[in-house]
Design a protein. Sequence first.
Length: 420
Amino acid sequence: MTATANDRGGSKLREVTAGFIPLVDCAPLVIASELGFDRQNGLSLVLHREVSWANIRDKLEIGAFDCAHMLAPMPIAAQLGLGRATEPIIAPMALSLNGNAITVSLPLYSAMLEHDAIATRAGGMAAAKAVAAVVRSRQTAGLEPLTFGMVYPFSCHNYDLRYWLAAAGVDPDNDVNLVVVPPPLIADTLKAGRIDGFCVGQPWNSVAVEQGNGVIVATKSELWARSPEKVLGVREAWAERNRSLVADLVRTLAAAGRWLDEPANRGEAARILSQPQYVGVAADILLRPLSGELIRGGEQRQDRDPDLVVFHRGFANFPWHSHAVWLMTQMIRWGQIREPFDLSALAQRVFRTDLYREAVAGSDVPLPPSDSKREGVAASEPGAFFGGDTFDPEAALAYLNALGIRNSGADLEAFASVNS
């Protein structure tokens, strides 16, 4: 962080470097910089476009970035020392909810229709049943397993895709191949035939549809309404040294998120994001997820879903401890974590609700009464959590133990003893 001259009043702006991946949900950082929300809070955001999440991780850790647009599980993985992480990272706020989708190639989509047209056309969780039928058919015929792309091992994309497959009886570690592909490259990887489908954030699903190479069969909002996706990542030690700066940064990005959630602003947001230094995709394609328009491809119905990506409303910027705990259950489920630890304590250390509450205190930004919540229990949202499941963060290990397909490496009894 350095100080720069403020051309509006002579005082110094605090320069904050931020890394981002070209996705629709990098928008809060971009809009804050382009429209001056940063300068209103005495900051100057300097944005750096990166191609992969590994680059984001490495440059944040070594201090090349002060903060970053991050996948929600990445700070958790960093605290646990997973994936080459060496520096503790925290999340003082969430940047967005939802925003992902599962897209399949045209050949796989045709096979899904052939095996289970009803499930395929229903989309969402149901569509996984059609994929399962294709998987079993290929196994019987002795064909190579299907290959799906996701963006990073410690990502909601990985866990969403695995949950979706496993709910239909497909073991993601044994029945299919999962490979990592950076978001900007994933549509072209599908086009080249190197993968049969993928889970990625927008706009790359819509790009594959626009190119005529993919069909969107499930959106994140269809799997889990208002589910975690991106957070603001900062080094824990940096946040401790710059607590007031973190508060100003949170206020800046919350204001940008509020602006983004206004329907009248979405066209301007798409225009700004379309610039090559940001997402670099045509504005009309970017406008679709921003405005809730879903063109699925494959002669599927065109839908409207205002929750395709959410930037502020409904406590979207609040770093829920319960979201962190759920992400940890998936890390345990798929064998990424084997040594037991206290889930609640780690959630509190990483998803810093205290910093968020402190930053917006006294403003008109609404705050929830609790730092955690249960999922899939609202009567107004039947099936809103993976087709009807429920999740209580106070009973996280019981929930995990009840999941039918999971890696057997973790000793859940040992976890239970630590979390009793």
